[in-house]
Design a protein around this ligand. Structure first.
Ligand code: CP
Ligand code: NVA
Length: 316
């Protein structure tokens, strides 16, 4: 069976832990793992902008011994009538895996349902699961583990990062608190799914509007832009309701003394996070960005192996 990674809970708790274990081993011995030797190719396709995702997949696939094919879809036939189903079928004839950043989840689901190789979500409107693997690797490194730790995400609680924190954090056994203003709350179905996962992992989920209550004694405080890609002209006021959620020294003062701060980047300095916090002693943001590389290398290795199409690096 082909294993895709379209949303965070496509990895069961033990599988997520195995990917993070492998990511740590790959980070410790960066050029030792070559499951894509051949080289086998991986298509990395972008319907939206990117810096980190684009470069970390490109470099990571090369480090695995493979050949990255990084393409902006405006130069393909995606926008002029070629169906995503046909694209999934065709690309599967060329490459070992397909990585896609796109808009609606229906788009990546359509590619996956016709692909015969693993498909990876490199960000959609609803989820950013590769980012969460990097975030969890960072939490492991800085906090000694994920289970039982409290993670507070404050800001746009209706966006892809909020949803991925809910699902991936619950899968990792974390106590996840999500706080955003009225009208910017997470999808109720995703919250319910996260609650169900947390019940099995010893984690928990709380959705709040009060940012201070959310960050109180938290081990991890995370935020993200108030305006995600594609929302620039959605007609909503994306500044005024979010001001109380800015991560500054005052808000951070309510967290645990050894709190770490995460932001997936790009940051809008002075909006959702201040320079003092982003560049301050609690920030783990640049380790977090580096960990995209290691986590995605491990994820690709896991998916290829679980799909029966790679030699094992998990046990090494
Ligand atoms: N964090 C993240 O996904 O960054 P990019 O949009 O630059 O890829
Ligand atoms: N929520 C942001 C994340 C960027 C990496 C967006 O979707 O634009």
């Amino acid at each position: 069976m082909i294993r895709h990674f379209l949303r965070d809970d496509d990895l069961a708790p033990a599988e997520q832990a195995a990917v993070l274990d492998l990511a740590a081993r790959m980070k410790a011995d960066r050029f030792a793992h070559k499951p894509l030797a051949g080289p086998r190719s991986v298509a990395v396709l972008f319907d939206k902008q990117s810096l980190r995702t684009r470069i970390s997949f490109d470099a990571g696939i090369a480090e695995l011994g493979g050949h990255p094919l990084v393409v902006d879809t405006q130069v393909t036939h995606f926008g002029r009538g070629e169906t995503l189903a046909d694209a999934g079928r065709v690309l599967s004839r060329y490459v070992a895996a397909i990585v896609l950043r796109t808009h609606g989840d229906d788009r990546i689901a359509e590619v996956a349902s016709h692909a015969t190789v693993p498909v990876v979500n490199a960000l959609t409107d609803t989820y950013h699961p590769c980012q969460l693997l990097a975030d969890l690797l960072t939490v492991r490194e800085r906090c000694g583990g994920t289970a039982g730790r409290t993670l507070a995400y404050v800001g746009d609680a209706a966006n892809n990062m909020a949803h991925s924190y809910l699902l991936a954090g619950a899968t990792a056994g974390m106590h996840v608190r999500i706080a955003g203003p009225a009208g910017f709350q997470p999808d109720a179905e995703i919250v319910a799914r996260a609650e169900k996962i947390a019940a099995g992992t010893g984690g928990s989920v709380r959705v709040l509007t009060d940012p201070v209550e959310a960050v109180r004694a938290a081990d991890v405080v995370a935020t993200d832009t108030w305006t995600s890609m594609g929302q620039e002209s959605d007609g909503q006021d994306r500044v005024t309701p979010f001001r109380p959620y800015r991560v500054d020294d005052t808000l951070l003062g309510h967290a645990a003394a050894e709190v770490i701060v995460l932001h997936c980047l790009p940051a809008h300095r002075g909006e959702e996070i201040t320079d003092e916090v982003l560049d301050g002693p609690h920030s783990a943001v640049f380790d977090q960005a580096e960990n995209r590389l290691h986590a995605q290398k491990a994820l690709l290795t896991f998916l290829l192996e679980a799909s029966g199409s790679a030699r094992s690096d998990l046990a090494s």
